[in-house]
Unconditional design. Structure first.
Lengths: 483, 551
């Protein structure tokens, strides 16, 4: 086949001029990548793409390298271009789906993986990835089926073992979940993975399994840190102790972690969060102060400070902390909506609204920004602003579309429908909220109310019983929190 | 000529040129009430320091004039008063002045930190007695009928020693004609009080720091000056929680008095009288236990009244700022309707930490309005919030008759523009002019006695019921007054507001004076018997005695 003359022209001209061709740049880029020089590889592949922008191979290679460098947004753009040229490229589509999954674009990832599996039914890597995506979407039944169909692949990664275990817990298969965590996961002897599994068991209310996993992770980390003490490992060890309720050991491990690396902001952030969780807010506040003193340019330290201050009800101080966090990391939607929410609590209503509006413009794809703004507007609506309610509903629906795993939008819309006497629609929304976050007591409470109004007494009683059971676990024994 | 017309108009309609009268006037100083409350505020920031105190309107000397009783706090380990801490009993002299008779009456001193008061004639001798609640005890004072009281706590059988007693209500749960007593308890007395700081300074810890709470106590009146603790057999002690407010009223119109208990961060209780000496909590069925997210609000003050004119008692409960106070309309079946938002209560109360609250028809238009007193608990909250203050103004909310409320701040008088750290609120017509007056107590310092100036603009009738087979105060009675095209329903409730006790007489606001000169009232007495009284002349208080069965 003859290439069109116009396409050949740059190659010809480049060769004539003695300048490397696109092909040469691409080849060099791949060599550099193999040698571990990702930055160099990226640079070469960019040149190749600039010389031959329609070449799917170069674009795919550049997309892969960018993915390896965690430049996921750019990687996605490259891979999407490839698929426009060559929609049947399964590998590229899978890479694209992986990037979308990692950047939280779960629906897009799922759609791409479904396409692959339609073309190649049972493709193991795509099945694994789709299982992970479904688990993230809290579609636990599908996730359990998908992940359960590729056990060999699942068993290779602690993360996928944990994802399958979570899916099994949430589909009423706790025995299988427990076995997966206590046998397959432990086989990896990976403290971080085991800690993650412990968190999943704890979330499912399987405290025996959780405690044994946290203990195992702690054991591994104790061995590791006795041989090669590291601040990062001691930090994780502290979390393992904390999850087991061993507070003195937690503090000791955190002290050691800080002693090993007093400049590491994550140590202060961990300690501060633990103390705040135990309502020891005065101490948490002093840890946050220390975090900011040691790492004045740490976004996370200022976020911790703002969090503790807001929890103490010191909203003016929290506003200042979140403002500083935004200065340090303007790309954080979390800092923005926390600032807006805190401004609202502080009575700075106009500022709060402006912050939310800016955040919406800056982070149009961030579901939580939409959700938090909606909650503020609903608060206004309760005081008679009907326009605020309409806007809140739009934002809640957008939040739900952006992140279908969020339960809060369904809860809020369900409650609004309940107030409006639309009981059947309300029950649907609340059912979804309870499904997405089965451990959230309020969804079951509201669903019980809706069912009662629909005359579904048995269902109402069952939901109320779930609510009461969840509520009974909420009481914390130690709370010395200012009013 | 034009100028003359203007002058003529001004002369003919002088009211046009006068500023509207303030609805309530602070008459504390004129009345001679000079007592101050001491709350023992200290660096320990003990929660009791910000939890009291109460006020009561009662006619202790049976002279037809409401007197005032005020509960003091007390010393705390590091919060000592320079002068002795004492309660106050002010005798109403009938000329706008009050006389301090506390010491003479023997009710000025109690051996514990005082929080609340509940007054009623528990022995049916015609003289109201006094129960004072506190930390960590309660005291029962029997009115001797000669201007003095006797402390009969020891012999009465009340077992309140070691308890954190807050509000109490007298009511006849078993319809034997004797007033029984329910006492709210806040929490177990902590061995070591929790310590909290805000911006590096000691501040009050949130209620949960004091544990999950304590049980209610119910005492059955034996009719001989003693009481039997029936908390367990009656079932009122089943639920543990931080109880602050109580109101006793017949919720389901079955003729038996029920209880609504407002609890602080614990689910509220709606204890429905089972007519066999026991109660069942129906708060979940009524959907008044929690907010719509299943979270318990910080319930403090509670009161009951017919809010929408539907003839059934609805409820109002004060809560913490940011939560909105709650308004529940009773449709006659469970669940109740939560009208917090549609009644405008949400927007009117959002920034308030509400304590005492009482329904009252201040303008005698026939609709039950609301008075609420408030005050935050964080003394330096203003340093961090633009929309909340430590001291807060009282609220006077006018009901349009359909359960929609409007803030009357602009017209209510200077007190409603000022800010207070207020707690207990009591309502009663101390000047017998046919409209409800009020008094509220502040954490530290002087109380505020409010005289109503506007109720007389409308027609009214006051009824003083005297039970014969029922309890003498007729607590638990339901009264229905018929007007053309309208029925007004009132109850003589036990308790109500927080820490406080009220005038048991019933005031009916009848609207414009052009209405009928006489009215009929149907009374369902606490024992269930119904009596109709016709031709009652408006514009005065009328005494109605319960008829004997063969009458």
């Amino acid at each position: 086949m003859r290439l069109p003359w116009a396409l050949l022209l740059p190659i010809t001209l480049a060769a004539w001029a003695g300048v490397p061709t696109a092909s040469e740049h691409a080849g060099k880029g791949l060599d550099l990548a193999q040698a571990g020089d990702l930055k160099g590889a990226e640079s070469e592949l960019r040149r190749a793409v600039s010389l031959s922008p329609a070449n799917p191979e170069y674009l795919a290679d550049l997309g892969s390298i960018l993915g390896l460098e965690e430049k996921l947004d750019e990687s996605i753009v490259c891979l999407e271009k490839v698929l426009k040229i060559n929609p049947g490229d399964t590998k590229v589509r899978r890479d694209l789906a992986a990037g979308q999954w990692r950047t939280g674009r779960l629906q897009a990832a799922a759609a791409n993986l479904e396409l692959i599996l339609k073309a190649k039914p049972g493709d193991p890597p795509s099945t694994l990835l789709l299982g992970m995506v479904r688990e993230n979407l809290r579609d636990y039944a599908k996730a359990a089926a998908l992940l359960g169909s590729v056990p060999d692949l699942v068993n290779q990664h602690p993360e996928s073992i944990s994802a399958l275990a979570r899916s099994l817990y949430n589909t009423g298969q706790p025995t299988q979940a427990k076995e997966l965590l206590t046998v397959d996961l432990l086989r990896h002897a990976d403290a971080r993975g085991i800690y993650l599994g412990g968190g999943i068991a704890a979330q499912a209310g399987d405290s025996d399994t959780a405690n044994s996993l946290f203990a195992e992770a702690a054991k591994l980390l104790t061995d590791e840190t006795s041989r090669h003490p590291s601040s990062e490992a001691l930090n994780l060890l502290a979390w393992c102790y904390y999850k087991q309720g061993k507070f003195p050991e937690t503090i000791r491990a955190m002290d050691q972690a800080i002693a090993l690396d007093s400049s590491r902001d994550s140590n202060y952030v961990s300690l501060g969060l633990m103390l705040a969780d135990r309502q020891m807010l005065a101490v948490a506040a002093s840890v946050a102060q220390e975090a900011v003193r040691k790492a004045p340019n740490s976004y996370r330290s200022h976020m911790l400070k703002g969090f503790v201050e807001a929890k103490q009800g010191d909203y003016a101080a929290a506003v200042a902390s979140y403002n500083r966090a935004i200065e340090l990391n303007p790309d954080s939607p979390e800092a923005s909506f926390n600032l807006a929410r805190t401004e609202w609590h502080a009575g700075m209503n106009a500022e709060s609204e402006a912050t939310f509006e800016q955040a919406l413009k800056r982070f149009p794809q961030d579901a939580l920004t939409h959700q938090e703004y909606a909650l503020m507007l609903l608060n206004r609506a309760e005081k008679g602003d009907s326009a605020a309610e309409a806007r809140a509903v739009v934002l809640l629906k957008k939040a739900s579309a952006l992140d279908p795993s969020l339960s809060e939008p369904h809860f809020q819309i369900g409650n609004l429908l309940l107030q409006q006497g639309k009981f059947a629609q309300s029950a649907q929304e609340l059912e979804m909220a309870a499904k997405l976050n089965p451990k959230e007591a309020k969804a079951h409470f509201a669903l019980s109310r809706a069912c009662r109004r629909l005359g579904l007494s048995a269902k109402a009683a069952a939901e109320l019983a779930i609510y009461q059971d969840l509520k009974s676990h909420e009481e914390k024994p130690l709370e010395e929190k200012p009013i | 000529m034009r100028r003359w017309l203007v002058l003529l108009a001004c002369a003919a309609f002088p009211a046009w040129n006068q500023p509207p009268r303030e609805i309530f006037t602070d008459v504390t100083a004129d009345a001679g009430i000079a007592w101050n409350r001491f709350n023992g505020e200290s660096p320990d920031a003990l929660l009791i320091e910000m939890k009291g105190g109460g006020a009561a309107f009662l006619d202790f000397d049976h002279d037809g004039l409401l007197d005032v009783f005020l509960v003091n706090g007390g010393d705390t380990p590091r919060g000592r008063s320079a002068t002795p801490v004492r309660n106050a009993l002010y005798r109403n002299l009938g000329n706008g002045h009050f006389e301090d008779v506390s010491a003479k009456a023997g009710v000025d001193k109690i051996g514990f930190y005082g929080l609340g008061v509940s007054s009623a004639d528990f022995d049916n001798d015609g003289y109201p007695d006094l129960l004072v609640t506190g930390y960590s005890n309660a005291a029962l004072f029997h009115n001797n009928g000669n201007g003095t009281f006797t402390d009969i706590t020891q012999s009465s059988g009340l077992k309140e020693s070691g308890k954190w007693a807050t509000s109490a209500a007298w009511f006849d749960f078993d319809r034997d004609g004797l007033l029984d007593l329910v006492i709210c308890h806040y929490a177990k007395i902590p061995e070591k009080p929790p310590h909290c700081e805000f911006q590096g300074k000691p501040t009050y810890c949130e209620p949960k720091s004091y544990g999950t709470g304590d049980r209610l106590a119910l005492y059955r009146n034996n009719g001989n000056g003693t009481f039997t603790d029936v908390s367990a057999p009656s079932g009122v002690d089943k639920s543990i929680g931080r109880s602050l407010g109580v109101v006793a009223v017949d919720v389901n119109d079955d003729g038996w008095t029920d209880l609504f208990i407002a609890r602080d961060g614990s689910p509220n209780l709606l204890l429905v009288n089972q007519k066999n000496g026991s109660f069942q909590d129906m708060a979940m069925d009524a959907e008044v236990a929690y907010n719509e997210a299943g979270a318990a609000k910080a319930g403090m003050g509670i009161d009951a009244a017919d809010i929408t004119g539907n003839g059934r008692p609805g409820f109002f409960m004060t809560t913490f700022e940011g939560e909105y106070h709650s308004l529940f309309v009773n449709p006659g079946v469970f669940p109740f309707d939560d009208w917090t938002t549609q009644s405008h209560i949400a927007r009117l109360t959002e920034h308030y930490v509400g304590w005492g609250a009482k329904f009252l028809d201040y303008d005698n238009d026939g609709s039950m309005d609301l008075m609420i007193v408030s005050g935050h608990v964080n003394t330096i909250v203003e340093a961090t919030r633009a929309n909340v203050t430590y001291k807060e103004p009282p609220l006077l909310l006018r009901n349009n008759g359909k359960g929609i409320f409007e803030d009357m701040r602009e017209l209510a008088g200077p007190v409603f523009q000022n800010r207070y750290a207020a707690r207990g609120l009591a309502v009663g017509d101390f000047d017998n002019d046919g409209d409800p007056d009020a008094i509220f107590v502040c954490l530290q310092g002087a109380p505020v006695l409010l005289r109503n100036n506007v109720g007389q603009d409308n027609a009214w009738i006051g009824l003083q019921l005297q039970g014969t087979r029922s309890n003498r105060d007729a607590i638990g009675s339901k009264l229905t007054l018929s007007l053309p095209g309208r029925k007004l329903t009132r109850w003589i409730t036990g308790g109500g507001s927080v820490f406080s006790s009220h005038d048991y007489r019933v005031l009916f606001g009848l609207g414009p004076k052009s209405g009928p000169a006489a009215v009929n009232v149907e009374i369902r007495w606490p024992n269930g018997s119904v009596q109709t009284v016709s031709g009652l002349r408006r514009g005065s208080y009328q005494k109605i005695v319960e008829q004997s069965p063969n009458h």
